[in-house]
Design a protein around this ligand. Sequence first.
Ligand code: CMP
Length: 510
Amino acid sequence: MPFWNTAMQIFWREESLPVLVMALGVAFLLFHFLKEERKSVLNTLTFFFACMVLQFISGLIYALQFISAAAIFHEAGLIGAGIAVIRLWGLLVFRIILPRMRVTPPRIAEDIFVIIGYIAWGLVRLRYAGLDLGSIVATSAMITAVVAFAMQDTLGNILGGLALQLDNSIEIGDWIKVDDISGRVVDIRWRSTLVETRNWETVVFPNSQLMKNKFLVLGRRTDQPVQLRRWVWFNVGLNVSPTKVIAVVEEAIRQTDIANVAKNPLPNCVLMDMDNKGYARYAMRYWLTDLTPDDPTDAAIRWHIMTALQRAGIKLAMEERSIHLTKENEKHEEMVHQREVLLRMKTLRRVDLFAQMTDDELRKLAERLKYAPFAKGNIISRRGAIAHWLYIIINGEAEVYVEAANGERRVLNVLSKGSFFGEMGMMTGAPRSATVLARTDVECYRLDKEAFEEILLARPGIAEGVSHVLVARRMQLDSALQNLDEEAKHKEISHQHNEVLATIKRFFGL
Ligand code: CMP
């Protein structure tokens, strides 16, 4: 049938099949890998097929001899189909390919490339349709000027968005602060920049505002990792030397691995003020590496400061009123002390080691104990350090471990409520044999050497009990150390073997 043949000739060309296959292929990939954009892919595909239908209709019209109408329909269909294909490719490149190559361009870049693609395609088609490119460019420049004039504000935002991207002043993922709003940049769009705050709000900043006014990019510094300095304040009475306070808290914080606290620069503590109310005001400054958990990390630091001061017998300064109240009532203080001693005796009775002690002995012991709390993550005692204390755990869990030269850890034991540690150093005078780490928050009582000696003298049975435990632990410790040594040796041998093998292979070009 010549009618159908003519219609099909116009509709179905040589390049139609490859274009159709390509569009379906790209759409399939998008459908598979980009679940959140399925609807948009489907819409684009529908548009593509609508344009194909338009081209088919143009074929029919052509066959009916309406040549110029057919040309218009055909061109419209072609431009539309091209636009759909460009959009699909834009999605494929910017949402799938680039992210997989670890490049995450902002949405605005995708939009710009796609729009440039549309314009270029439109111009090419117009050129084919016989229009002179020069005049098209001149006309479009005129239109652009008129549009630009009419949309000054919007364009300001758009150019603002572009400039923010181009000069890298902000990137997606940066934390910024504008006035009292701070949050993470999640998208830089045509008109605005979206910032998500820690309170789960999204703040929309017009790009022109960010261009015209100053804003802080939090934690960013040239050639340095992203980290933000935080200040944690605390007060201690003026009766304690600042040198001591600073040394105690700095040591506690620096020795501990606290999540999101940078090791470089190290946290440091400074005396910031001396108040006429009788206390000194300190600030612990540390660098936060993940800017999201700011308050929780401050809280962890605060808790470490509190426990470190408590261990050192330093009290946080309280309001003057409460100090007076307690001082006024010495009887009350005595009562509190007695209650504490009774509580300690109750706890000590549950420790196997002291099971044979009389009430009197236990009371004496309770009086000599020092309360020592540790925050989770604190190193309670480090292998190689000089031993000053015997520890009795009254709450929480502590992990005992040794480390090989390459940093590999071997956990020997997890000690909990009622266990003691530090006996090796105390009984033999040797440096600490293992490292003990607070696995949870741990509360301990600790006993100094003198008091421990007194107990041992009074109760030789206890010395016997301790020595049994000590011997068993020592054996376990020695075998773990030997094991680590052997493993290290083995690793060294296999490392050397690999190196020799690599040299031989290189030499013979294998
Ligand atoms: P000391 O050497 O003073 O300091 C580290 C402490 O870890 C040590 O005393 C013991 O109390 C304890 N320790 C050593 N080895 C073990 C083990 N195998 N099991 C439990 N605790 C141990």
